[in-house]
Design a protein around this ligand. Structure first.
Ligand SMILES: [Zn+2]
Length: 487
C-alpha cells in the first residue's frame, strides 16, 4: 500500500472513531428518555349526587348542574411493570378503599405493586361525595336516595380512575422528565394571622424527545376552598381552574395538580368563581413561566416505597363521656350517638388509625413524598429541615384522606384541625402528639440517606429553579455540596 493509501485509511478510521465517539457521547443523553404516558378522563357526574366539603349543604338538594367539568389526570412513568402511576383527581375526600381497589386492579391487569400507584385529590369542596368519605359531613344520616346516588357515582368514579391509569400506561412513549420550583402567593394561614405557609410550586415537566410539552405536574399547599357551600354545583375550584387555564394555553398538554401540606391554609381572597379562576390563572402563569426554563433532568423512573403506619389515637372517651356528649345538638351529639350505637352492638374500637406514607425517589435528584390525610404545613416545613429542601417534593391528600393530620404544635393549640374536624370524619378521638415524629421518621427511613441534611451545616433558603442555584443542582447527580449524605 502506498503512503497515500495509508493516509486515506487512517483518515477513514479516524472519522469512524470520531463518529463512534459522538454516538457514545449521545448515548447517555438518549438514556435520559423514559417511557411516559399521560391521560385525562372526565369525572363530571351525569346524575344528581350530593357534594362533599361543607356541612352547610346538609339541607340542600343533590345538585345536577356543573359549574366546571372535573377530571382525573394520570401519568405513567417507566417501562413495563416497573412503571409508576400517579392519578391526580378532582375530588374532596378520597377514601383509602378506592385506592386499594385501583391498586388491586392494576396489580391484576398490569402487575404493578401498590407502591407504584399513587392517587392524589385536589380537595375541591365542590365535587361529589364518595362512599366511605367523611360520613358524618352533614351531621345526619344520609337518606337511602343519597346513599344510592353516592354509591352509583363511586362505581363510576372508580371505573374512570382505572381507565385514566390504563390509558396513561398504553400511551407510554419516550419522554424527558425534568423538574424545578417556583412560587405562588395566594395561600394564607387560616389559623394564625401571618402564620406559616408553604408557597413553593414544584413542577415536573414531561416533554417529547423533540422538546414538545406533553404534561406538567404541579403541587401547591392550600385548601381548595375558594368557593363556599352556597355554590351547590360541581367545580374544581382553584385547582380545576389552574389545570383548565394551563391546558388552554398549552394545547395538547395535560396539567396535573396535587396538593401539598396546606390543610391550615386557605386561598385568599375567597368566595366566588371569579376568585377561584383568578387563583388558578396565577398558578397556571407561574407554571407557564417554569416550563420555559432549563429545569433539572430526572434520568430515571422513581424507586417506589409504601408503608402503612398505625397512628395512635389519644385514649377514647368513656361510655359516660359518650353519653354526656350524645345530648349535644349538631355534629357533637350525632357523632357521639353513632359511637354509642357501636358500643351497644359490641363493636371494638381500634386504638390506631392506618395511615399511608409513600415515597418516589428519582435517583438522588428528587424525592416525592405522598402523605395521606389533610396534612398541616408543619410537616412540610419540618421535612424540609430534616431532608434536603432543594430536592424534596411533599404531596398530601394522597391515597387516603381519613382526617386531618395535625402536628404536635397544632394538637397543643387545639381547634378545628386538632379536634373538632374529627367528628365529621367519624374518628373516635384526637390523634396522639407522637404521630408527628412517627410520620417524619417513616419518610426519612424510606428515602435514600443521601437526602438527609447535615444539621451542622445549617439550612439555606431553597432555590426556585436549577438556574437560581447552579451549584446545588449541577454538582454530582444534583446533590448540593454542603448536604453530603449523613448516615
Ligand atoms: Zn379540608
Amino acid at each position: 500500500m502506498n503512503p497515500w493509501h495509508w493516509w486515506r485509511a487512517l483518515v477513514v478510521v479516524g472519522c469512524w472513531i470520531g463518529f463512534l465517539d459522538t454516538l457514545l457521547e449521545a448515548a447517555p443523553r438518549n438514556l435520559n428518555f423514559i417511557p411516559v404516558g399521560v391521560a385525562r378522563v372526565d369525572l363530571s357526574p351525569t346524575n344528581a349526587v350530593p357534594l362533599m366539603g361543607y356541612a352547610a349543604r346538609a339541607g340542600l338538594p343533590a345538585p345536577t348542574n356543573l359549574a366546571q367539568h372535573i377530571h382525573a389526570r394520570a401519568l405513567a412513568i417507566g417501562s413495563r411493570s416497573q412503571a409508576a402511576v400517579l392519578i391526580a383527581i378532582d375530588n374532596c375526600i378520597l377514601p383509602g378503599s378506592i385506592t386499594d381497589d385501583i391498586r388491586s386492579r392494576l396489580a391484576q391487569r398490569v402487575g404493578l405493586a401498590p407502591a407504584q400507584v399513587a392517587l392524589t385529590v385536589t380537595h375541591t369542596h365542590s365535587a361529589p361525595c364518595l362512599t366511605g368519605a367523611a360520613p358524618n359531613i352533614f351531621a345526619r344520616d344520609l337518606t337511602p336516595t343519597e346513599q344510592e346516588q353516592i354509591a352509583a357515582y363511586t362505581v363510576y368514579f372508580t371505573e374512570r380512575l382505572e381507565e385514566a391509569a390504563r390509558l396513561a400506561l398504553e400511551r407510554r412513549r419516550p419522554a424527558r422528565l425534568s423538574w424545578g420550583r417556583g412560587s405562588v402567593g395566594f395561600a394564607k394561614n387560616r389559623r394564625t394571622p401571618g402564620g406559616p405557609v408553604d408557597h413553593d410550586l414544584p413542577l415536573l415537566r414531561i416533554t417529547d424527545p423533540n422538546g414538545e410539552l406533553r404534561a406538567v405536574l404541579v403541587r401547591y399547599a392550600c385548601h381548595c376552598t375558594t368557593l363556599s357551600g352556597e355554590l351547590n354545583a360541581v367545580h374544581g375550584d382553584w385547582a380545576g381552574a389552574a389545570a383548565e387555564a394551563f391546558e388552554r394555553e398549552h394545547p395538547g398538554a395535560i396539567a396535573l395538580v396535587a396538593i401539598g401540606a396546606g390543610a391550615d391554609a386557605n386561598p385568599d381572597p375567597r368566595g366566588t368563581i371569579e376568585l377561584a379562576t383568578r387563583h388558578g390563572e396565577a398558578l397556571a402563569a407561574e407554571a407557564a413561566r417554569l416550563v420555559k426554563l432549563p429545569l433539572q433532568d430526572l434520568p430515571t423512573a422513581p424507586a417506589c416505597r409504601l408503608q402503612t403506619l398505625q397512628l395512635p389515637f389519644q385514649p377514647h372517651f368513656t361510655r359516660e363521656e359518650w353519653i354526656r356528649r350524645s345530648t349535644n345538638s349538631g355534629i357533637v351529639g350525632f357523632h357521639a350517638r353513632r359511637w354509642l350505637a357501636r358500643m351497644n352492638r359490641g363493636e371494638t374500637v381500634s386504638p390506631t388509625l392506618p395511615y399511608p406514607v409513600q415515597t418516589w425517589a428519582f435517583g438522588d435528584r428528587m424525592a416525592m413524598v405522598f402523605l395521606g390525610g389533610e396534612v398541616v404545613v408543619d410537616y412540610s416545613l419540618r421535612l424540609k429541615r430534616e431532608l434536603d429542601p432543594q430536592r424534596l417534593w411533599v404531596n398530601a391528600y394522597a391515597n387516603d384522606v381519613p382526617c386531618y393530620i395535625p402536628s404536635r404544635r397544632i394538637l397543643d393549640e387545639g381547634g378545628y384541625e386538632a379536634e373538632t374536624s374529627l367528628w365529621y370524619y367519624d374518628r373516635p378521638q384526637r390523634l396522639s402528639p407522637t404521630i408527628e415524629d412517627q410520620i417524619v421518621e417513616a419518610v426519612r427511613e424510606q428515602l435514600p440517606k443521601s437526602f438527609r441534611i447535615d444539621p451542622a451545616c445549617g439550612e439555606s433558603p431553597p432555590p426556585r429553579t436549577p438556574m437560581d442555584a447552579p451549584r446545588a443542582f449541577r454538582t454530582t447527580r444534583g446533590r448540593p455540596p454542603h448536604h453530603a449524605g449523613v448516615p
